[in-house]
Design a protein around this ligand. Sequence first.
Ligand code: PEP
Ligand code: MG
Length: 575
Amino acid sequence: MALTLHGISASNGIAIGKLHVLRRGMLDVPERRLSGPQVGGEIARFKAALRTASRELKAIKARIPSDTRAEIAAFIDTHLLMLEDTALTTGTLQAIRTHRCNAEHALKLQRDAIVSVFDAMDDAYLRTRRDDVDHVVNRVQRILSGGRTPVFVTRPDDPQVIFADDLAPADTVLMQDGVAAFLTEYGGPLSHTAILARSLGVPAVVGLHDARAHLRDDELVIVDGRQGVVVVAPDPATLRHYRARQKDLMRIRAARASLRKTPAVTADGEPVTLQANVEFESELALAIRDGAAGVGLYRTEYLFLNRSSPPTEAEQQEVYAGVVRAAKGGPVTIRTLDLGADKQVDGARPDAPISQNPALGLRAIRLCLKEPGLFKPQVRAILRASAHGPVRMMIPMISSTSEFEQVLELVRACKRELAEDGVPFDPATPLGGMIEVPAAAVCADLFAREMDFLSIGTNDLIQYTIAVDRVDDEVSYLYDPLHPAVLRLISTIIKAGRRAGIPVALCGEMAGDARYTRLLLGMGLKEFSVHPNALLEIKQSILEAHAAKSRTLTKRILSTARRTRREALLNELNQ
Ligand code: PEP
Ligand code: MG
């Protein structure tokens, strides 16, 4: 019987495919067969992973403050004991020998066997201990895979709809081929996983609470990304309806292809710069084909995820230069590392204390200034990439001008070193900042004096202004780009840039949502940077917009208290 589940729209599009349900808290692991002589090495690898896991747990225990509840330390002791438990260790070693398989797969087999015993128990408390088993097993799996989260192996020839409790950007990026759609039980529409899904053009629905109970592997599902709807086991009429809609969407897309070479100019003749947000060089071909005038945001973090040590300067230089060349002469705005919050790097800072509030913690430029060993190679690599074409360097999450002064000093030092060593780079590489913290938005005029350009990061600006976690679906109803506080800050930033005579772009997801194009034009925005799949839709909105006429209604929206009224005015603006 067909069943319809409702979640939150995270990436538009319709997918029809078979489900693959990832197990709770643990992604699937690959299976490898070993030759006889390889077995000894695999056993040693597993034992070493157990030792590392034990060291990690002891280090965590040592950092627990003395006034913490005793159960928490006891919890870690339980995990340490499990690591020594023969059921887990000897059982896995035996499985490696008997099945001649890799340690990850053997550990998975052993975990499944242990968990089935727990599941059969009458005692509810004991049944909850299966979660402890999973925590310990996941820790060892992560170590075995060199810091990588073990991940589902995709099937590019038979794309599936993936359902998981939650997906970190690091997991999602490994699944980019062969996935028809992403579904998650938790996570907000502005999480980096959702943004990634949009960039990859894969439909996604998040916040599907309690959906797991209704989903089975290999079941046929329809995912309507725009409506945030999932139809499980659809009847033939529903299937026909969605297949027809899929075709309609394809037709609309094909019709927009004629706009690829059309300049982005409003109906009343105001030219607009329309650029692309990219995470990987591979996305650029599509963006350039669809007429992007360069890259307004290149998120470099993805180069640092899923590995145990950061990429070297040479490796980064090669990747950045590749992106610059692929942009075919358009400027590439390379954002320096924005790690932290929902993008954590495995193994980069193993001894760092666990942050209670990662979005307010050592994220982005804060982390980079604290770890020059991480930051300096990146700054040098970005400067070196400027020898291959126009590059702009952009600093995320700036909150005070003193931070920017430190960045300037470091950039100057890197330029001196490169010049002394005769390494080519463009000494005039523009250096700008993302305005995504309210403190920076309020003082945008002060930042505009120091910076060569500004770029408004509304994803974070909204999160920090309204105090609403962008990855928490429970509060996503509060995430409102139309909130007057947000709109007034955006307007302040645009004005500050204009007065200082420097360009201001908007690279948050709001720029890629056609409902807001006229509003942003009405506020005087001249540069939009959007995910590649939105380029033509936004261009069409720009072509149909009358910037001067939009100003009056925009002003009214900025001073309207009621949300429903603001929505009504926005609809009027968009007519
Ligand atoms: C933003 O915050 O708006 C932004 C573009 O950066 P990110 O989504 O990577 O935080
Ligand atoms: Mg941001």
